[in-house]
Design a protein around this ligand. Structure first.
Ligand code: UDP
Ligand code: MG
Length: 311
């Protein structure tokens, strides 16, 4: 019998998790020919999530869990899930039912019958999201797709079903700074996109503030593009050309009209402008340097405190 592993990163999901379990068992019942493994990754929750995971796994042997020693973030939770999953197919799903479990059946069919390696989902609407956030999200996708060779699909969710082959390819990239949207796309393979309307969370609240999303966007750009590093080169060349022209203008002006003193405000403005650009470019280099620094430490992506086997 073929097995589908479902990875569920959970961070403070005590309210949503029981509802999620109810829905997923319904689907499992419907898809009789397939074995299921539900892998709950407790990402250092501060509420009752771990207790719920423990009791679910006692009650139902299809449920397994891995509990981290602290909060390592969703990216780390997904990576751990991929490492622990034993299924022939692996799906990643949020605990808040924003990823409709009904789609699993169709996803499995597409892989089985139409030969795709991966079926991803993207939401075509951003209903229920603050408009300003949607606006920035759209801008982000435009910018990153211009800057990076790896294609990032607008509205793509982490909810996807993959073959074992693709999972192994993703696991082979054990980088510390993980930006999954890019990693999924980087490995290639045939991906089919299913579209659906945005669904709001069943319970609990989102862990993403606007500020966190913005930082995450920068991480994505740094992880999948080196274009910002060349900003200094282009701006530098541009400014050299401008300064040559200015030198010529000043020489000619002085020869023709003498050298009256003045113009210090313009000098101050130019100084501020140029030092701003220099600091900006140093900052960009610093951003890449810091990522390289973290990468070279080879710290573990996550630390496990407990699993259903150690209980
Ligand atoms: N999550 C996690 N670790 C974190 C933050 C979130 O494992 O540090 C999980 C969370 O429990 C949920 C999923 O990632 O299952 C998506 O989180 P959320 O619903 O807050 O994000 P949104 O859907 O608003 O993008
Ligand atoms: Mg959510």
């Amino acid at each position: 019998m073929e097995k589908i592993s479902i990875i569920v990163p959970c961070y403070n999901e005590e309210e949503a998790l029981p509802l999620f379990y109810k829905e997923i068992t319904k689907i499992a019942k419907k898809m009789k020919k397939i074995d299921f493994e539900i892998l709950l990754i407790n990402d250092g929750s501060k509420d009752q999530t771990l207790e719920i995971a423990r009791s679910l796994s006692k009650k139902d042997q299809r449920v397994r869990y891995v509990s981290f020693s602290r909060n390592f973030g969703k990216e780390a939770a997904m990576y751990a899930g991929l490492e622990y999953a034993t299924g022939d197919y692996v799906a990643v799903m949020d605990a808040d039912l924003q990823d409709p479990p009904e789609l699993l059946e169709e996803m499995y069919r597409l892989i089985q019958e139409e030969g795709y390696d991966c079926v991803g989902t993207r939401r075509v609407t951003r209903k229920g999201e603050p408009p300003i956030r949607s606006f920035f999200a759209r801008c982000f996708y435009k910018i990153i797709n211009k800057m990076s060779k790896v294609e990032m699909v607008d509205g793509a969710r982490d909810f996807r079903l993959m073959t074992r082959q693709m999972v192994d390819a993703i696991l082979s990239m054990n980088e510390y700074n993980r930006y999954s949207k890019g990693l999924f796309s980087f490995v290639g393979f045939q991906t089919k996109w299913l579209e659906y309307e945005n669904v709001e969370r069943v319970a609990g609240e989102t862990k993403w503030s606007f500020w966190k999303l913005l930082l995450y966007a920068f991480d994505g750009i740094i992880a999948f593009s080196t274009a910002p590093l060349s900003i200094a080169v282009f701006v530098g060349i541009l400014f050299c050309i401008v300064s040559f022209i200015m030198i010529l203008v000043i020489i000619i002006k002085t020869l023709c009209f003498g050298d009256p003193v003045g113009g210090w405000p313009s000098i101050v403005c130019i100084m501020f402008f140029l030092s701003g650009i220099q600091l900006f470019c140093i900052g960009v280099i610093g951003a890449y340097l810091s990522k390289t620094y973290l990468e070279t430490k080879h710290r573990p992506i996550y630390i496990v405190k407990e699993t259903e086997k150690t209980e």
